[in-house]
Ligand binder design. Structure first.
Ligand SMILES: Cc1cc2nc3c(=O)[nH]c(=O)nc-3n(C[C@H](O)[C@H](O)[C@H](O)COP(=O)(O)OP(=O)(O)OC[C@H]3O[C@@H](n4cnc5c(N)ncnc54)[C@H](O)[C@@H]3O)c2cc1C
Length: 461
């Protein structure tokens, strides 16, 4: 295909950008359209890589005038829910990579393509931490627009509510800066409403003076899953908001990327993150240590050490995931969970985890965004590999079994953990969803933007 025959008349876009546009006939097409989740085969009309906000404006204007949609994306960690990308320009934010940290003001400013792996180490060197999540490999923008659940959350809340300003290009091609004083309603909607309202080009957020914390993981033989997870459940009832933790069953696949000592083995694991002094941490963890873990990595660490602690895979993989937000976790739920995911269950999941949330994550607060708080005290997330059709079917069956074991305790859903197409109303209270749809009708009535989880404008049935 010659340049003049580009589909949708997009040829002129190439000349308008400092960055680049990749079309299906280009040798780098497969690399350009690849998502972190290799189980997803993205086939957009074109992939655009803007190098600055002005490029983003040009892409938005071109797409609008040619009847195309724009789907902002960085890593494709949440590419599963996007669906067909026919007539969609995939806008990859990779080149929007500025990072600035103001230590005295406890603030960071990042371009929309910046992943946590570029900020957590720099902040840590300065004795600071941000409210990142388990993997360093997601974009701060994508994570933040969907909420942002991390290990400091029980003390400091969702990441999205630590965002102080957002710059974005809206459907009219305007570059806007929104914060608590400028366009507060749009600022509210962006913080938890996902990528429905424009292409974010940069964001600013708070940092916290945390030089060290007591954190790590306790590994137990997986045959002890029931005993360990019951003990963990009893323990969390006494911990303060300074302590976050995860009860988890892991079956490490026999893959090269897994460290040798863990490769092909299964464990019951408790991850713990305790803010405060070492002696407080030791005292708090004592009841779990008394169970006699076979591996104990918990110690005083700088925030950078948290990046790899959850052992999320660093490179793209084909996978499926399911989640639930849980109101509570009675003892019987642990029994059902272990029966579905533990020894003898036949589960093929790499990881089935329950995160203890609550604390500031469950309280909400003044000036918060659309995702004010999580609708429950626990979040379940299961994940398994989907290397081929048969593997996908087996993993899907395992996921259904484990998810069903906890479903009686479901109290809601969390946008960032929803890996399949879903009705976005399931993420919010009814009044919040109504308000989000009103903002969508104001800023993007013709649905120029395709988010992973679509919020339709208010006037659509
Ligand atoms: C292994 C793993 C671990 C995870 N751990 C956590 C965790 O601990 N806590 C947590 O909260 N989440 C976690 N997540 C979920 C993760 O936060 C979401 O998948 C998030 O959407 C990733 O953002 P991304 O931009 O990297 O992904 P992408 O798939 O690139 O983007 C997801 C969506 O975000 C929106 N978006 C992204 N960038 C922009 C932009 N510049 N402008 C407008 N919209 C944009 C778009 O709607 C896009 O479809 C995890 C996911 C995985 C797979």
């Amino acid at each position: 295909m010659s340049v003049l025959e580009r589909p949708y008349g997009l040829a002129s876009l190439t000349e308008s950008l400092q960055g680049s546009v990749v079309f299906p006939d280009h040798p780098s097409w497969d690399a350009a359209r690849e998502a972190y989740n290799l189980a997803i085969d993205q086939q957009p009309a074109a992939v655009a890589f803007p190098s600055d906000a002005r490029d983003v404006q040009a892409i938005v204007d071109h797409a609008r005038s040619r009847g195309l949609q724009v789907a902002p994306q960085r890593t494709g960690h949440n590419a599963g829910p996007l669906g067909s990308l026919d007539d969609v320009v995939l806008l990859k934010t990779d080149l929007l990579d500025e990072v600035a940290i103001d230590r005295d003001a406890l603030r960071a400013r990042v371009g929309a393509g910046v992943k946590w792996e570029k900020v957590v180490p720099r902040a840590s060197e300065l004795g600071l931490a941000a409210l990142h999540g388990s993997t360093p490999d997601v974009s701060i923008a994508g994570y933040g627009l969907g909420g942002g659940l991390g290990w400091y959350g029980r003390k400091h809340g969702l990441f999205t509510n630590s965002i102080t300003a957002i710059e974005l290009v809206t459907a009219d091609g305007e570059l806007r800066r929104v914060d608590a004083d400028n366009e507060p309603e749009l600022f509210w909607a962006l913080r938890g409403g996902g990528g429905n309202f424009g292409v974010v080009t940069a964001l600013e957020f708070r940092l916290f003076p945390i030089a060290e914390l007591y954190a790590g993981a306790l590994f137990f033989p997986w045959e002890r899953s029931a005993e360990v997870l019951h003990a963990w459940r009893n323990w969390i009832r006494s911990v303060p908001d300074e302590v976050a933790s995860v009860g988890r069953i892991m079956q490490f696949p026999p893959l090269e990327l897994v460290p040798e000592g863990l490769r092909g083995k299964s464990f019951a694991i408790v991850h713990a993150y305790s803010l405060g002094t070492e002696s407080e941490g030791i005292e708090r963890l004592a009841p779990l240590r008394a169970l006699g873990p076979v591996i104990d990595t918990v110690r005083m660490v700088p925030p950078i050490e948290l990046s790899e602690m959850h052992m999320d895979p660093p490179d793209p993989l084909p996978y499926l995931g399911e989640h639930l937000v849980l109101r509570d976790l009675p003892a019987a739920a642990i029994d059902d969970f272990v029966a579905a995911a533990g020894p003898g269950s036949g589960s093929g999941l790499v990881s089935a985890e329950v995160r203890h949330v609550g604390g500031a994550l469950g309280r909400g607060g003044e000036g918060h965004g659309a995702l004010d708080k999580l609708p429950g005290d626990f979040v379940y997330f299961g994940i398994g590999l989907a290397p081929d059709e048969a593997g996908e079917e087996a993993t899907r069956a395992s996921l259904h079994r484990v998810t069903d074991s906890l479903r009686p305790h479901r109290s809601g859903s969390y946008l960032n953990f929803e890996e399949d197409p879903a009705d976005a109303s399931s993420f919010y209270p009814a009044e919040t969803y109504r308000r989000l749809r009103a903002v969508k009708a104001d800023v993007d009535p013709d649905e120029l933007f395709r988010a992973n989880h679509v919020i339709p404008p208010a006037d659509r049935a």
